[in-house]
Design a protein around this ligand. Sequence first.
Ligand SMILES: [Zn+2]
Length: 416
Amino acid sequence: MSSDAADAGEDRRKYEFRKVIEELQEYEGSGTQLVTIYIPEDKQISDVVAHVTQEHSEAANIKSKQTRTNVQDALTSIKDRLRYYDTFPPENGIIIFSGAVDSGGGQTEMVTRTMDSPPQPVESFRYHCDSAFLTEPLENMLADKGLFGLIVLDRREANVGWLKGKRVEPVKSASSLVPGKQRKGGQSAQRFARLRLEAIDNFYQEVAEMADDLMVAKRHELDGILVGGPSPTKDEFLDGGYLHHELQDKVVGKFDISYTDESGLYDLVDAAQEVLADQEVMKDKSQMEEFFEKLHQGNEATYGFEPTRKNLVMGSVDRLLLSEDLRSDVVVYDCPNGHEEFEVVDSRHKTPDHTCSECGEETEMREREDVIEHLINIAEQRGTETKFISTDFEKGEQLMDAFGGIAGILRYSTGV
Ligand SMILES: [Zn+2]
């Protein structure tokens, strides 16, 4: 599979996960009875079964009979699901949600959702029982998967690492031999100052080498580099041109932080939230800018369901742009005279009656499906890449509001 195709598959999987999360977030339990389990790939299934069995017997102590029954039912359902797996979970682990959710009018309904191989690894085993499902760790996995290099330093120590998606990964550290500001007796002040500056310079070089070793090979995948530390250390380091010039060009922000041990890497990411949010929509922004440029200059752009679909079927779409906020279904109708028609409806609304626009006959519904899945299916058959565009910036909002959440950048003009 080419990496483009892999990316497309990944986007689609992310979309499917996102939809399930939205569904799960709507659910509420009347008591503490909704169970969520996150299982990392290196956890033995038999251990998980033992844990669930233990929880099941402990649940016998729950006072409310209804909650007790609900929790035990959820756990039984989870045990049933676990039987489908071998010794270990599949790649990246498993997440299971199970519980009796309110379905209105004092009624409950048992819901169980299993999610295999999430987009990023489940990091630790979690058992969670609450009145809502625990979806946050899964949401974090779906966050745009950027790769950032992290460097924190002062004159005494430095740490470098990665930010992968929302996960900080410390990699290497160094500590310096830079003497403190107090000189020993017998040393001339001048000589001491010179030695100290030399030691600082050496240390900056060492830190730069450490960062180069880690990041130069990945420079083409990097979305940016963040540098943190107290002033003026980080400024001296950056202004001194110690880093490999291609890495230097990737620096997207420097931040004041007090700690330069491993915890400093986390502080750096916290301090850089705004820059990271900008970076996240940057790729979406450039897609939308290209779309508007093509739209204004000529005919190599399309938008709206029907024109985009027609272009997709013709194989003329280079990139399909879909709004992340699009939640609609497409209904396919057949009329007695053989015309095929489509109507896009809000996912929450029922299927409307449809009269054929060609011959005016009453039509019959053939199928109704998620509009995004409908379009991605065609795109995949035609080798068209799909990009999901966030609504966190103006042109992204326009895609949703003015173009129905669906657009395409064309390979050539089709006049459709
Ligand atoms: Zn017709």
